[in-house]
Design a binder for this molecule. Structure first.
Ligand SMILES: *Cc1c(COP(=O)(O)O)cnc(C)c1O
Length: 486
């Protein structure tokens, strides 16, 4: 039981509470457990939780005990050396500090008078990013809740510009061109802005997962011959499945030729900007009409922390400002409290009204580590991916999908089977239930591959052999099960 004073715990107990909690957080960062998770079932975890919403305080100590005995042991440890799972990093200490400050202050980034320091810091971080990506001062940088929101906002901009250019034409007759390996949010965003599903067209990729430029050129020619307008072409910098990068300069030329809005989904691969040896992969990114990049991937910060860049800021502004006249409770356009800032200013650049001050995570990371550390870390992850690919290539038990371009490797077990797709699918399902390592799978052009991505700072070369041996061990068990059935 806890005594509450003005609905809050007393100071002495509050101090004990926060220091107990920070001990747990420290253990999360520095003490890596043996297994990547406990593999308890959802029902088993739920049995450890209060079944009814507590009516009275359970107490600070009980909360710490809950964190220690239930929460921490049942997370998936992204910091584990054998974690190759989803593209979601273990947050850095800088990110944790930012989350703590955001949690403690709930400071806003929407209205200057309600969040002076956060609004000012967000503007500064936006200028940092404009310079990092070599954009002009005329470009808009906004923080969103993720790559999906960035893509949707980008397509709203595309629609707005198109409607302004062709007031006599219905944008719903226009088409949007997306890659075979586009993230699902791209097709969804196109549907949400009102593109007809049969006007969302896919261009094929080459054997390494990059957009096939000749095929795209053909598709654009066929469409324009039919007199159908192209609203937008969407390129990938770092596909979700295998981290492939499209040739952005070729996309720019094609988009210019047909008047389409070029959006680049660099949610994952935009981080290449930090690393000199990788920068070429995103050459031309700053010529796109818009692009998305998620620091909540390869900047090791917690979500949400994502950005949308729009090369001509007016395009974004026009798409979002129209409805703001109705927001009288926040927006006082005619009344400028101080000379430089109108209340509505930040709201005019984002789809969301309430947003987290996620720029603080970029700020804290740069402040604590410098961008050099981020660059080294990304380069190290890519090196590990290359090393795994090399091991796979030399190992008769496995097949490699292709040389990795970034921090993702797709490979599979050869097995003694007529159906490698079903075999590897079963294998992945088995791997998901064992404690040693964690990796995902992906479908590429109808074939099933295992997928390992690198974000864990504790992964080293020994883990790579361990991973392959674990995969092989489980593959034998799949094989045994299959042979005993037949
Ligand atoms: C992660 C990712 C997305 C989606 O971003 P969210 O922040 O999860 O909405 C979109 N595209 C690519 C290529 C991604 O890697």
């Amino acid at each position: 039981m806890t005594d509450l004073v003005n609905f809050e715990v007393r100071r002495a107990e509050g101090e004990a509470f926060l220091s107990g909690l920070s001990q747990e957080v420290l253990r999360l960062v520095y003490d890596i457990p043996e297994a990547t998770t406990t593999y308890r079932s959802k029902a088993d975890i739920q049995r450890l939780l209060p079944q009814d919403m507590p009516k009275s305080s359970q107490g600070c100590e009980a909360f710490i005990e809950f964190v220690r005995s239930v929460f921490v042991p049942n997370i998936r440890t992204y910091r584990h050396g054998l974690h190759f799972g989803h593209q979601r990093p273990a947050p850095s200490l800088a990110s944790e500090a930012a989350d703590m400050l955001n949690g403690a202050t709930n400071t806003t980034v929407s209205v200057f008078e309600a969040g002076p320091v956060s609004v000012a810091m967000e503007s500064t971080v936006q200028s940092w990013l404009r310079r990092l990506f070599r954009l002009s001062d005329d470009a808009a940088v906004t923080f969103t809740n993720g790559g999906s929101e960035s893509t949707l906002t980008a397509l709203l901009c595309a629609r707005e510009r198109w409607e302004k250019a062709y007031p006599e034409r219905d944008f719903r007759d226009a088409c949007v061109l997306i890659g075979t390996h586009a993230h699902y949010c791209v097709e969804r965003s196109a549907r949400v802005v009102g593109i007809r599903p049969d006007n969302i067209l896919r261009f094929p990729s080459d054997e390494r997962g990059r957009a096939s430029v000749p095929a795209l050129r053909d598709l654009v020619r066929q469409i324009t011959e039919k007199n159908t307008p192209i609203l937008s072409i969407i390129a990938n910098s770092g596909t979700t499945a295998m981290g492939a990068f499209d040739d952005l300069q070729a996309f720019r030329t094609l988009a210019d030729a047909c008047g389409a809005w070029l959006h680049v989904d660099a949610s994952h691969g935009g981080a290449a900007i930090f690393v000199r040896e990788l920068e070429d992969k995103i050459a031309g990114l700053n010529t796109a009409d818009s692009f998305a990049w998620n620091p909540h991937k390869l900047m090791w910060v917690s979500p949400p922390c994502a950005c949308l860049f729009v090369r001509v800021c007016e395009d974004l502004h026009l798409a979002l400002v129209k409805d703001l006249d109705q927001a009288h409770y926040i927006v006082e356009r005619s009344q400028h409290l101080n000379d430089e800032i109108s209340h509505s200013e930040n709201l005019e650049w984002t789809l969301a009204c309430t947003r987290q001050f996620s720029a603080l995570k970029v700020f804290a990371s740069a402040f604590l580590y410098g961008t050099d550390a981020t660059a080294h870390r990304i380069a190290a992850m890519c090196k590990l991916a290359t090393a795994l690919a090399e091991l796979v290539r030399k190992d008769g038990r496995f097949a490699l999908f292709c040389e990795p371009e970034f921090n993702i490797v797709c490979f599979r077990h050869i097995g003694n089977t007529h159906d490698p797709d079903a075999f590897n699918r079963d294998l992945r399902a088995r791997l998901a239930r064992q404690p040693a390592c964690y990796l995902t799978g992906t479908e590429i052009d109808g074939a099933y591959w295992l997928r390992a991505q690198f974000t864990s700072e504790t992964t080293n070369l020994d883990h790579l052999s361990l991973l392959l041996d674990t995969v092989d061990h489980e593959a034998r068990r799949v094989q045994d099960k299959t042979s005993s059935k037949s």
